[in-house]
Design a protein around this ligand. Structure first.
Ligand SMILES: [Zn+2]
Length: 112
């Protein structure tokens, strides 16, 4: 299977992907690219995690997922996690406003 991020055939099955929801850490199974380090959590695992988070009463907005920035010829890229994409029904051609908040936060607003 090819990595959708760097397009190298380096995806490995792993069971130690760490995702954070509201300060709680979840370890889930998925795939990790040994070339660029991008992690992919299958929908089934993502839903399991969300189910647990709901049961614990910690599910809420904002949902924080760890993602790495990546480099392309045109600059630094950020991939929007699938869950958020689905949740917000993003088509991928939306215009966004990006503002810097404080030292280490970015706010991304979808322009509708
Ligand atoms: Zn990759």
């Amino acid at each position: 299977m090819e990595c959708p991020n760097c397009e190298k055939d380096k995806l490995m099955e792993v069971d130690d992907i760490v995702s954070e929801i509201e300060g709680h850490f979840f370890v889930v199974k998925g795939k990790r690219c040994s070339n660029c380090g991008e992690e992919f959590v299958p929908e089934k695992e993502g839903q399991k995690m969300v189910g647990i988070a709901r049961n614990l009463g910690i599910w809420g907005e904002p949902l924080k997922l760890h993602r790495k920035l990546s480099q392309s010829a045109r600059g630094t890229m950020l991939r929007i996690p699938n869950d958020i994409e689905k949740n917000m029904k993003l088509k991928g051609d939306e215009k966004v406003l990006i503002s810097k908040i404080g030292k280490n936060k970015l706010l991304i607003e979808i322009v509708t």
